[in-house]
Design a binder for this molecule. Structure first.
Ligand SMILES: [Mn+2]
Length: 502
């Protein structure tokens, strides 16, 4: 994994955006440009390909933020020093291959090119701007320039359907931390679409597929700026008959999806997680979500299936298979479940009062997204082995666990370490700095089964906080507390439980 410190050993440096650059490619390229310039490097920001930048929002972005990007003719001659492709991969179909002495790549798309040693590719991130921002932090470089902050913010904005489809916590961190010029962003928002895109949206609406049984719509659009997908789905969800929808199109490396739902029973983030399961990723909020399907994985698993048929059948499957459990009823049928015992594995716990004072509104952020709460002195935060977090009642926690010595540690290489954010003043703390270790007292017995369908569990103590299980996860219920129903992810389950009764 390449770092900025390694890259700044080279000179001169050419940063190349993909052909037909978008807001995110320009912003992340500009970020790297600014960094190397400040290090006193001879650096250039370029793009190539058949077309020049002409979309209104992009020309406005270049002029508002004074971004020094220039067009470079495709050429045979070898570039001296280092070439970094940004928001794309060297040799991929969406970027003109410029010969160079040394090559590096920084990107957030699916890994396509594997023979470039100096690369940093993080497909889980919503924008390449976030990746560049993250690399700045790792290098100890703070973004103090509002001009650069505005560019990076706009890069994230354009790649996540106006920030509505953000689901990676790193993207949320940048959205919340970065300093930007709100007036310039407002100006850019009003220059979002071209006439051509208006036409693409119009055609897409004419060709929608509507399912009257489940009240959903599916639309495939022609290639367009990804944030147009979000606008089309925002429009669709306002139609009376439509309660959920997927709008998608083909990109170089797969399919980008925008999902909406306005039904209480169907959450957009659950729906997109289900549709992309095994072939991509997705998430977001209960009403708006986004996702991505990797073309290679899709073609391996569904070699003959047309994508429109695929989307329709996955959607219908989701509605057919969705089981709802109200844990408070305490009547879950355990006849097809097996008994397991909890292993003596240490988990992490945090007493939030150690971090912020009583009454502070806070946001807990983990890979699973954001959770808002107020420090009430009655809850502890539990930290799982993969950095997942959940709140637990203090009294129950103290009855069921005992603390063990030593700080709680997460395995190396985890994508994100959970944070707690004070919503009054915006200050942020890493949860792990406050996390102790604990193990459960006595034997915990559960009945569990591997899910074949999606399931939604309304917990007995907190019906507002729905748990979602997908095929492969385990549905569990405490043997001695039939109202304690919960879902455990596949990998977690084997770490935490073993077969056995008694
Ligand atoms: Mn991008």
């Amino acid at each position: 994994m390449v770092t900025l410190q390694q890259l700044e050993q080279y000179e001169p440096i050419t940063i190349q955006c993909h052909d037909n650059p978008d807001g995110d490619a320009i912003a992340s390229g500009f970020g790297l440009y600014t960094y190397f310039k400040e290090k006193g490097k001879n650096v250039k920001l370029v793009y190539s390909g058949r077309n020049r930048i002409r979309k209104a929002n992009l020309t406005l972005m270049l002029s508002l933020l004074d971004i020094p990007i220039s067009y470079m003719e495709p050429q045979e001659e070898k570039l001296p020093g280092l070439l970094i492709t940004v928001d794309c991969q060297y040799g991929a179909g969406n970027v003109t291959k410029l010969p160079a002495e040394t090559v590096a790549m920084i990107d957030h798309h699916q890994v396509e090119i594997t023979d470039v040693a100096m690369s940093r590719i993080e497909p889980a991130l919503g924008s390449c701007s976030t990746l560049v921002w993250k690399m700045f932090q790792e290098a100890g470089y703070a973004v103090t320039s509002v001009r650069l902050g505005t560019a990076l913010y706009y890069g994230l904005y354009t790649d996540t359907s106006q920030l509505t489809e953000i689901f990676n916590p790193n993207d949320m961190d940048m959205r919340d931390e970065i300093v930007f010029d709100a007036e310039q962003i407002r100006h850019l928002k009003q220059t979002n679409l071209s006439l051509e895109e208006m036409e693409i949206a119009g055609l897409a609406l004419l060709r929608s597929i509507y399912n009257a049984d489940y009240h959903y719509a599916v639309i495939k659009t022609k290639p367009c700026d990804p944030n147009l997908l979000g606008l089309i789905s925002d429009f669709l969800i306002q139609v009376a008959e439509i309660n959920s929808c997927v709008v998608y199109n083909e990109q170089d490396d797969g399919y980008k999806l925008s999902v909406r739902s306005c039904s209480k029973e169907v959450h957009a983030n659950d729906l997109v997680a289900y549709v992309t399961e095994g072939i991509g990723s997705g998430g977001g909020h209960i009403d708006k979500a986004g996702g991505f399907i990797n073309r290679k994985l899709y073609e391996e698993q569904y070699p003959t299936l047309h994508t429109q048929a695929f989307m329709g059948s996955r959607m219908s499957e989701f509605f057919d298979n969705n089981q709802t459990i109200y844990a408070a009823d305490g009547d879950l049928d355990t006849s097809d479940m097996r008994e397991y015992r909890r292993k003596a594995v240490a988990l992490g716990y945090v007493n939030p009062i150690d971090i912020f004072p009583l009454g502070t509104p806070v946001t807990l952020r983990s890979m699973a997204g954001d959770q808002k709460t107020v420090i009430d002195g009655e809850h502890y935060i539990m930290v799982g082995m993969r950095g997942e977090i959940y709140l637990t009642c203090k009294e129950q926690f103290l009855n069921q666990n005992h603390m063990v010595r030593g700080r709680f540690k997460l395995p190396k290489g985890l994508e994100y370490h959970p944070i707690i954010r004070n919503d009054n003043d915006g200050s942020v703390r890493g949860l792990l700095d406050y996390t102790g270790s604990c193990v459960t007292i006595g034997d915990v017995h559960v009945y569990a089964k591997k899910l074949k369908k999606t399931v939604k569990v309304y917990p007995a103590d907190d019906e507002g906080h729905v748990l979602f299980g997908k095929p492969g996860d385990y549905l569990c219920v405490r043997k001695d507390h039939p109202q304690d129903v919960f879902v455990v992810e596949k990998e977690q389950f084997t770490l935490l439980y073993r077969r056995g009764g008694g």
